[in-house]
Design a protein around this ligand. Structure first.
Ligand code: HEM
Ligand SMILES: *[C@@H]1O[C@H](CO)[C@@H](O)[C@H](O)[C@H]1NC(C)=O
Ligand SMILES: *[C@@H]1O[C@H](CO)[C@@H](O)[C@H](O)[C@H]1NC(C)=O
Ligand SMILES: *[C@@H]1O[C@H](CO)[C@@H](O)[C@H](O)[C@H]1NC(C)=O
Length: 326
């Protein structure tokens, strides 16, 4: 009897200790797992992929836009699908905050993916997870590395215009110190920051985001600056004109972004900051010389970014429509 009591109190203590561990680890990212939907929605991944293959084959930039959406979701109050909420007459969400306004895109394809997923398992898969899966699939479809996506995030019931515009997201004008700081504030290392910047191997930027660089920066290749100036006038007009973030292979996920930095052909001021005589020069060179190292570090960093403050357990909800709370 005595031994029964002591073993059950031992068990009790272990349970208490584990519970405290869960509480005090803070972030609940431990609850995300690659098998979260293996019984509740085993077809989720096979429902998402064909929608994206079809859409990206017609419009490759969509892959870039979706990768960026996941980033902008995660950096503002965690990966909780908040970036997807539409404004209403009484609610101002993240979509028109400075870093996002007229800039983030891909919402229609997110709706299409959600529709496909709801068809195979209604009410089960969150919009936050759809963004994480779509980001991974986009990278794969455009020729980048593959990895198992952790899922199990739930969706926020709200979003914050203020938090999306108060300097948590990095700016294309940021210097290296500032880039490192903003990623560290989200629990991401300098290596994560440099590797994740490699996302700029795909997609486009508007003139307004690189105008100062092509007219005022001195650490820029002169023929490259001249080329970009031809569609991005110094004074007025052309604000929305696009240029590829990777001058070589803008629709292919590879390490050319880093090669461009070596020849001072980074499009954004923040891009060239990664190779401008500072502490991250050596890592940029590593990614140029060892594409596999870039791929591995990118995957690690994507998983770390996807772990930022998810809603799990009974927090939040599983939205039926990604654009509004249930
Ligand atoms: C390191 C700090 C970063 C800065 C300063 C930054 C800044 C920017 C800016 C200014 C644009 C152009 C936006 C526009 O023209 O409206 C852009 C585009 C883009 N960013 Fe970043 N970004 C950063 C990190 C990231 C990360 C971590 C990812 C994803 C993992 C990412 C993915 C993208 C993609 C794919 C595009 C092109 C989107 C499209 O074509 O629709 N960026 N970024
Ligand atoms: C978003 O951009 C548009 C067009 O430049 C502008 O009219 C609008 O005021 C901006 N919204 C916010 C909230 O800044
Ligand atoms: C980098 O940017 C921050 C924020 O804008 C600024 O305070 C700092 O002085 C800058 N550092 C350098 C070395 O330019
Ligand atoms: C470049 O720098 C000058 C002088 O500081 C400034 O007036 C101008 O607005 C900057 N940007 C461009 C695109 O010329």
């Amino acid at each position: 009897m005595a031994s029964y009591i002591s073993s059950s109190s031992f068990t009790f203590n272990v349970i208490v200790a584990l519970a405290l561990l869960v509480v005090f680890t803070g972030s609940s990212s431990a609850q995300l797992s690659t098998s979260f939907y293996s019984t509740s929605c085993p077809k989720v991944f096979s429902a998402v992929r064909p929608v994206l293959i079809n859409a990206i084959s017609k419009a490759p930039r969509l892959g870039a836009s979706l990768l960026r959406l996941h980033f902008h979701d995660c950096f503002v109050n965690g990966c909780d699908g908040s970036v997807l909420l539409d404004d209403t007459a009484t609610f101002k969400g993240e979509k028109t905050a400075a870093p996002n306004n007229r800039s983030i895109r891909g919402f229609k394809i997110v709706d299409d993916i959600k529709t496909a997923v709801e068809k195979v398992c209604p009410g089960v898969v969150s919009c936050a997870d759809i963004l994480a899966i779509a980001a991974r699939d986009s990278v794969v479809i455009l020729g980048g590395p593959d990895w198992a996506v952790k899922v199990g995030r739930r969706d926020s019931k709200t979003a914050s215009f203020t938090d999306a515009g108060n300097g948590q997201l990095p700016s294309g004008l940021s210097n290296l110190t500032e880039l490192i700081r903003r990623f560290r504030n989200k629990g991401l290392s300098t290596q994560d920051m440099v590797a994740l910047s490699g996302a700029h191997t795909i997609g486009q930027a508007r003139c307004i985001t690189f105008r100062d660089r092509i007219y005022n920066d001195t650490n820029i290749d002169s023929s490259f600056a001249k080329l970009r100036r031809s569609t991005c006038p110094r004074k007025t007009g052309g604000r929305k004109n696009l240029a590829p973030m990777d001058i070589q292979t803008p629709n292919h996920f590879d390490n050319k972004y880093f090669k461009n930095l070596l020849s001072q052909k980074g499009l954004l001021h923040s891009d060239q900051e990664l190779y401008n005589g500072g502490s991250t020069d050596s890592l940029v060179k590593t990614y140029v010389n060892y594409p596999k190292t870039f791929n591995n570090d990118f995957v690690t960093a994507m998983i770390n970014m996807g772990d930022i403050e998810p809603l799990t357990g009974s927090s939040g909800e599983i939205r039926k429509n990604c654009r509004r709370p249930n």
